[in-house]
Design a protein around this ligand. Structure first.
Ligand SMILES: [Zn+2]
Ligand SMILES: [Zn+2]
Length: 347
């Protein structure tokens, strides 16, 4: 469609589950430091599904109506004071908007800025034909990276960071939870030279994806003693690193037990409530590091991800389904199912 100052956009219309709607909206006038992006693909994220499902966190954090979607690849069609960007540039988007002035920002930790806001809170949305995006969030998509992969650079960055943060080269790694973040973490761990990669997920389709993405073994936690299976696969030691992406309480406990002394548990999943952990037995006496990962390092993770994609990281297989924007209801249903990897919308 051509640009007339309006756009189709999927919104959360009401404060209850599945109250999504595709509406026509006026785009806000471009301000200095903003770009108008014509969206080519948008990724459906686990966060979007939490919002659409209107869980407790979403109800606390958002006030409908607001635009949905934050993962995208698009083309700049207009901009005001665009810094290094030009009309025609192919771009993806960071979602953490840092203030640049606080103590965290001055320490080079913009991703945990004290005044952090996120693209999702700007009511712009990427499930749309067009979106107005602050230029500071835009990242150029390298020419050899496809539009589809360009649309998932943001979640891929989380996976890359999870395996980079504690090192993966030559290590045995457990990936707990094989949704898109876990699946891309498998590929990233492989790309960064992990030795043995063990995946855990209760859904058989996801275990198949895990093997396709480069896992050596994929374990069903409902049928197998995961800790025993991990020990037997690692000469009795346990893994050096567990990347936990599910946020499920039993998975966190199993991940800790399956991690060797001196190893690390990297948490990217978001447990909905407090999780009981044996700090003495599992963390202190075994010197296991518990590490949270929230978003991407600005901009080191983008650089790491781009370099990996241009050398030996391949995540094409994680994108399993693409829907037209108007088929957003079917796309959301598909993204919720355990048969899907990453689901894209195409305006
Ligand atoms: Zn996301
Ligand atoms: Zn800040």
């Amino acid at each position: 469609m051509s640009y007339d100052g309006r756009t189709r956009v999927v919104i959360m219309a009401q404060p209850h589950a599945d109250a999504v709607d595709l509406v026509m909206r006026d785009l806000p006038a471009l301000r200095a430091g903003e770009a108008l992006v014509k969206i080519r693909y948008a990724g459906i994220c686990g966060t979007d599904l939490h919002i659409i499902g209107w869980n407790e966190w979403a109800a606390r954090s958002y006030k409908p109506p607001f635009a949905l979607g934050h993962e995208f690849c698009g083309e700049i069609v207009d901009l005001r004071e665009g810094g290094p960007f030009r009309i025609g540039d192919r771009v993806s988007g960071e979602t953490h908007l840092a203030c640049g002035n606080c103590d965290q920002c001055r320490r080079g930790r913009g991703h945990t800025c004290e005044n952090l806001t996120t693209f999702s809170r700007l009511d712009r949305g990427s499930f749309a034909d067009y979106s107005v995006v602050p230029v500071s969030l835009l990242r150029k998509v390298p020419p050899r990276v496809s539009d589809q992969i360009g649309a998932i650079l943001e979640p891929l960055g989380i996976s890359v960071r999870c395996v980079r943060e504690v090192g993966s080269e030559g290590k045995d790694i457990l990936i707990s939870g094989c949704g898109p973040i876990g699946l891309m973490a498998i590929a990233a761990a492989r790309g960064f030279g992990a030795q043995r990669i063990i995946a855990v997920d209760p859904a058989s389709a996801r275990r198949d994806f895990a093997l396709q993405m480069g896992a050596d073994i994929a374990i069903d936690p409902n049928a197998t003693d995961v800790v025993a299976a991990v020990r037997s696969a690692t000469g009795g030691r346990g893994v050096d690193v567990c990347v936990e992406t599910s946020g499920a309480t039993p998975a966190i406990s199993i991940g800790l037990k399956a991690t060797n002394r001196g190893g690390a548990l990297v948490m990217a999943g978001l447990p909905p409530r407090d999780v009981p952990i044996d700090i003495t037995g599992q963390i202190v006496l075994r010197e296991v590091t518990l590490r949270g990962v929230y978003g991407r390092l600005l901009d080191q993770t983008w650089i790491d991800t781009e370099r990996a994609l241009l050398s030996n990281l391949n995540v094409d297989a994680v994108i399993t389904d693409t829907f037209a924007l108007e088929d957003y209801v079917a796309a959301i249903k598909c993204a919720r199912a355990a048969q899907a990897g990453k689901v894209l919308l195409q305006p």
